[in-house]
Write a new protein. Structure first.
Length: 431
């Protein structure tokens, strides 16, 4: 019997896996209430106030080998490990998963059920909701429908809008800065004292906040409850207070998060992206990578990682060695693409690559000659032999590309390299 591959979720991770598998001749079934009509999320928070394209459906060259099931997966039941069963543990390799072993069944909201030999969980996250008593219409901007509701309000406005934003992570800052760039007013309310405190190191977040304030964004710090947000000030209110992974029970088990910042509800995966269940992998925002070179204490939750996870799992299931695995002879098939993130906040462009920490204070900073663009280099220790592990880049896209090349290469520089006045990071990236 052939592989029966079921992908739950047709966002970036699921669509990428489906594209790669089908382009290699492998049939797949993709389950999503919007299957066949899903679209990219990043433009939604950046183009609420301008005429740029915000609705970018995922493109598939051919859908001949893809069966779209417009439904919601509600649970997974694992097949019993009967005597003589051919099931294997996924920490072996995907190729060792026998093609003909049905390892489980996905139940759908419609009452239908789909058996699978291989299953990819790619259910993403859903936005946390925060009620604002003074603005009962306030909503997050996470889905196309939310973005369209906001865009309709913007289109109907006859004068400049006063926009309120709760939350100062990437999405909140993108909404506020794009509003100001389009000629509206924007105020960001935050619990703490510093915007982007959990995302970026002090030099980068401070430079960004200065630029945003200069552009006209107002910040109200120390807001301990949405009840404190004053009424009758804002024409439009957007909340951006995080998101949490979407999960469905497997054999009835599903931990529930204790609070909005608790990522225990993500599917924990090993370095190969395998869950603890045979034949089931997780990718993108719903996956928490707990092992391997890019293990974290929360999901990566960024666009390039979701795409990379989708590609990785397609290669794994097809049994084709990744470029990295072939060049190193590494048979563990770990996911090892260097993760990166981008955020465009009005005219400001900020990137991270590799492992960076908002709390790091022993970084090295390099500016361009104008002093307006810079990079912050993060190391795995304080001594001269400490290796570069991550880079933040502000408003300097070619140097972000250089950072990705360096961290994805074999010749990783140390602090000692940066101490050498002759060391040129861009030249090093071309070695
Ligand atoms: C507004 C916004 C802006 C962003 N901007 C950036 C950015 O600038 N840079 C960046 O790096 N990242 C950005 N991101 C993050 C990036 O978009 C995500 O990391 C990426 O979309 C994750 O892809 P995914 O496939 O894991 O999940 P998603 O794209 O969220 O897709 C998950 C899919 O699973 C489906 N699903 C959920 N539950 C079920 C179920 N039970 N049954 C069937 N289907 C189900 C959903 O309908 C959805 O289609 C942004 C995110 C948002 C929301």
């Amino acid at each position: 019997m052939a592989k029966q591959i079921v992908i739950i979720g047709a966002g970036l991770a699921g669509t990428t896996a489906a594209r790669e598998l089908s382009e290699h001749g492998q049939a797949v079934t993709v389950i999503d209430p919007e299957a066949g009509e899903t679209c990219e999320r990043p433009p939604l928070s950046k183009h609420l106030f301008d005429d740029s394209r915000y609705h970018l459906p995922y493109h598939l060259e051919s859908t001949e080998l893809i069966t779209f099931v417009r439904d919601r997966a509600t649970s997974i039941t694992l097949a019993e490990a009967a005597p003589g069963s051919q099931q294997t543990h996924p920490s072996a390799t995907a190729e060792e998963q026998p093609n003909d072993a049905i390892v489980g069944t996905v139940a759908l909201a419609s009452g239908e059920a789909l058996d699978f030999t291989h299953c990819i969980l790619a259910t993403g996250m859903r936005a946390n909701r925060s009620g604002i008593p003074a603005y009962p219409d306030a909503l997050p901007v996470y889905d196309l429908s939310e973005a369209e509701w906001i865009r309709d309000k913007v289109a109907a406005a006859t004068s400049q809008l006063n926009v309120g934003v709760l939350g100062s992570g990437y999405l909140g800052m993108e909404v506020a800065t794009s509003a100001v760039a389009a000629g509206h007013e924007a105020t960001v309310y935050l619990r703490g004292s510093e915007p982007l405190r959990k995302q970026l190191s002090a030099p980068v977040r401070q430079a960004l906040v200065e630029a945003h304030q200069a552009a006209g964004v107002n910040f109200v710090t120390g807001v301990s409850s949405p009840d404190e947000i004053p009424a009758a000030v804002h024409d439009l209110f957007v909340t951006s207070v995080g998101a949490r992974p979407v999960r469905i029970p497997i054999d009835g088990e599903m931990p529930s998060p204790s609070d909005d910042n608790d990522f225990s509800a993500a599917w924990e995966v090993d370095a190969t992206l395998a869950t603890a269940h045979p034949g089931i992998w997780a990718a993108g925002d719903c996956a928490h990578v707990t092992d391997g070179p890019f293990a974290l204490d929360h999901p990566w939750a960024c666009e390039p990682v979701a795409e990379s996870h989708g590609k990785h799992l397609a290669e794994l299931i097809l049994g084709e060695p990744s470029a990295e695995a072939s060049s190193t002879g590494n048979s563990t098939r770990s996911w090892s693409d260097v993760p990166w993130h981008w955020s465009f906040q009005g005219p400001e462009k900020v990137f991270t690559v590799g492992l960076t920490s908002p709390d790091a204070d022993d970084t090295i900073i390099q500016y361009d000659p104008s002093g307006k663009k810079f990079q912050v280099f993060h190391f795995d220790g304080g001594d001269l032999s400490a290796k570069l592990i991550g880079v933040e880049t502000l408003n300097w896209p070619p140097m972000q590309a250089a950072a990705r090349r360096v961290l994805g290469g074999k010749d990783i520089p140390t602090r000692a390299h940066f101490d050498d006045p002759e060391f040129d990071f861009k030249v090093h990236s071309r070695l």
